[in-house]
Design a protein around this ligand. Sequence first.
Ligand code: ADP
Length: 405
Amino acid sequence: MMKVLVINAGSSSVKYYLYEMPQAQVLARGSVERIGEKTSKLTHVFGSQTYASDVSTPDVDEAVHLVLDTLVDEDVGVLDDFSEVGAVGHRVVHGGEEFTGSMLVDEHVITSIEKFADLAPLHNPPNLAGIRAVGAKLPGVTQVACFDTAFHTTIPKVAYLYGLPYELYEKYRIRRYGFHGISHRYVARRVAALMNRGKYDVNAITCHLGNGCSITAVKNGHSIDTSMGFTPLEGVPMGTRSGDLDPAILFYLVDKGYDPQSLKTLCNKKSGLLGISGLSNDIRNLLELSAQGNKRATLAIDVFCYRIRKYIGAYAAVLEPFDAIAFTGGIGENAVRLREQICGGMSQLGVQLDRTANEAATGTEAPISAPASRVKVFVVPTNEQVAIAKDTYELANQGHPVASR
Ligand code: ADP
């Protein structure tokens, strides 16, 4: 048995989970939100109790220290001291082309995460700050980096190259990397288990639909294509991100007076469901407004579902044959109507939903396809933290990389 701490350190929040491994029992979990604002909020759940407090955490470093102090706190802590923590696993967004699986953190891994910050400037620096804060407080503890890009390192060149001059790939490594890999891998493995197959014996299309959305084609258990690209901006429209665009739109807007910063904000923060509806980035609000007859809300939902269908169609063509579609993420796990809209009219691909099963599956793992459907459809609540805890536990015990493959 070993206690494994999982840290997901972002620029404005740090989430944490303390597990007893290998059974993956949650001993405590929580978050520090609104890091860097006037007051931050600590939420700490242990057993059936929740402790919440307004705190001051100017940066990720302070937030991680607060999390660690809370875990050994006399009143609300669950550890007597830090020596009880066997290993710490971190979510790291970008591992470039280098990391094909989770890695024990050493100087080389740290230098590489720093180097790839060029490709993920909003994510890798806080991820690394989390690793450093743990290292300072728990010197010598085994730390593991689990990369969002690792699962996608099996994507072949034909799928990861853009139609740009090859020199740009050689010089700047401009290519499709893909993200949400920890989630897609977890879901693909669950689909294999739900179908009573070996983990490399399944061809599936996994749809991670949350605030960020990505679709992945999984062949024989490996990612062979994914909708997010060089950055998480590519693919289907998301809460506030545009997804795929004709790049000439951006040149046109430059001619109209937009500067690079305003285009970045436009595509990342003002587009997608929010941009099309002009109302909200939250699908729950849009579903409610659409039900009340709001046309722009309906339009945003329709564009979203249409573009997801197109990706499923494209990946069905490259997988040939495919056994399953899986939905995950806040939208994928809960939005019954959207799943119905996305999968409706796909009988030619062998996809047929079971209406009742679809309606019953909200936030629970369940098959939602009709018995006669050739392609099985599943709802699989994602569990990135458990995937990180498992990799961390394995690596801490074995000492060699856990391959994503
Ligand atoms: P993140 O990508 O930030 O982890 P989530 O996976 O939590 O985000 O997904 C957020 C999205 O999930 C939002 O658009 C939200 O509206 C949607 N969502 C959450 N709960 C429900 C629900 N019960 N029904 C429909 N949509 C939901």
